[in-house]
Every structure is written in C-alpha cells, then in structure tokens.
Design a protein around this ligand. Structure first.
Ligand code: SF4
Length: 260
C-alpha cells in the first residue's frame, strides 16, 4: 500500500515495479506488448468493421428537397434549395438557377448572379426550429384598437392614443390566423379608402408633378416631398383613379427611430 505521505517519485516507482511484476508473472501478457504489428497493404480492404462509415456517408442523405426564397429583411431575396429528411428541414444550399427566374416583365439576371446565398440563408432552418421563433400571429395592441375604432385619421392626438409614437413599447396581442387575415384585410380596405382608390384593376399610370409639401434632412442629405398626383387607367385606357402623394406625416422620436 502506498504510504499516505509518499512523494510523487516514490509513488511512480512503486507503480512501475508492480506493473513489471505483473507482466513477468503472466508471460503472454508480457509478450503481447512486443508482438509485431499486422502488415496491412490497403487498410481500406482489411479494416474489420466499416459499418460506422455509413454514418458519415449518410449525413447528407435526404428524402426530398424544395426551393424557397430567403427574405430576412435583406434585399437579395436569394432562392435556395432546402433538404428534408424524416420530415425535418436539415440544410439549404445554393440553387444555381438565378438566371432562370425573372420578374413579371420578363427581366432576368445573368448566370453571373450564381451562386446566391450567404451563411444567414444557409442556417435559416435553425430559425425555423429555434425556441424563440414566432409561432402564431401577433397584433400590436394600439394598432388593433385603431382598427377596431374604424381607422380614424391620424392626428397628433390619435397618433398618441394608438401608440404610433411609442411602437416598441406597446404590447403585442396573440391572434388566430383568421383574426390576423381579417385585420390585414381591414387595413388594406382602410388604405384604399384613405387614398380614395378603386377596385378597378389598373393597367397604366401617369404622374403629374405637384408642389413641394415637405422638406427635411436625412443623414445630412436634404430631402423633399412633392405632392404629385398619380392617375391610374383601366384596361380600356379610361381614368379609374386619381390620388395625391400627400398623406399625414409622422416623424418618430429619436429614441424610437428604429422601432417597428
Ligand atoms: S441568403 Fe443571405 S444574401 Fe440571400 S437573402 Fe438570405 S440573408 Fe440575404
């Protein structure tokens, strides 16, 4: 037994002595340490069990894939391909088809736009499964009250009442999808009514320049707004709607300049 107060050197010496004694007592054990290594020409041919390699080969296996557009408030809107296994969205890659997609007017990018995507997009599935992901619709309490009151005109007083001057501080209320769609539709109708718009489909528009109605400075650059008139025409070329640009202006306080 090692004395309790043995030095480190004494302890190692005692251990080695015991090991040698044990080896000499069992010749097979003593010689096993001296046995030559097995000569193997190609380790990949002789390796005894290679099932474990399947784990590495299968890590990129997938059951299906789909294309999707990454749009996390980034202007690139990259079209990516997502891969799914066992119903789980595993990863995304570039889809190399930027040259094949275009806008409604037929404009297309060249092949030079490939590949699209960045690490934000390629890890988007982590957001989809993240514990803090948005799982149901939320409506800002002040906005909902404004909608319930019939979208009254936004004056300095109503802006405050419905907390348009304190977004980021307001409460968010959980809503069903039905409520969310209904409120979004109500908002669209209110916008249409505010601009005295029309339900007629517009096929062409023109702009008549109007007077300057507002000027300010944005990041040191002068900025001006002109109350132009937009005239929309229906399929037959008849005027269907006429709206001006001017609308109530609200300047956010510096404290909440970036609030949404
Ligand atoms: S993949 Fe990257 S660059 Fe493309 S839209 Fe997403 S965040 Fe923007």
């Amino acid at each position: 037994m090692t004395p309790v107060n043995a030095s480190r050197r004494e302890f190692l010496k005692a251990g080695l002595t015991a090991g040698v004694a044990l080896g000499l007592a069992d010749p097979a054990l003593a010689l096993s340490a001296l046995r030559p290594t097995v000569e193997v020409g190609n380790p990949l041919e002789h390796y005894p069990a290679r099932d474990w390699e399947r784990v590495y080969r299968d890590q990129y296996r997938y059951d299906g894939s789909f294309t999707w557009v990454c749009s996390p408030n980034c202007t690139h809107e990259c079209r990516l391909r997502g891969f799914v296994r066992n119903g789980v969205f595993l990863r995304s890659e570039q889809n190399y088809d930027s040259h094949r997609i275009g806008d409604l007017h037929g404009n297309r990018a060249s092949v030079a736009w490939n590949p699209r995507g960045c690490l934000n997009g390629f890890t988007f599935q982590r957001r989809v499964y993240g514990p803090y992901r948005l799982r149901y619709p939320l409506i800002r309490k002040g906005w909902k009250r404004w909608a319930d009151d019939g979208f009254p005109e936004l004056t300095p007083e109503t802006l405050s009442r419905y907390k348009f001057d304190a977004r980021g501080q307001d409460e968010l209320l959980r809503a069903t999808w039905d409520e969310a769609y209904t409120y979004a539709a109500k908002g669209m109708i209110a916008i249409a009514q505010l601009f005295r718009s029309t339900q007629t489909m517009l096929f062409r528009y023109e702009i008549k320049e109007g007077p300057k109605v507002h000027e300010t400075e944005i990041n040191g650059t002068p900025w001006a707004m002109y109350n132009d008139t937009v005239i929309g025409y229906d399929r037959a070329g008849r005027e269907a709607v006429r709206v001006t640009v001017e609308e109530p202006i609200h300047v956010r306080s510096a404290q909440y300049a970036n609030s949404i």
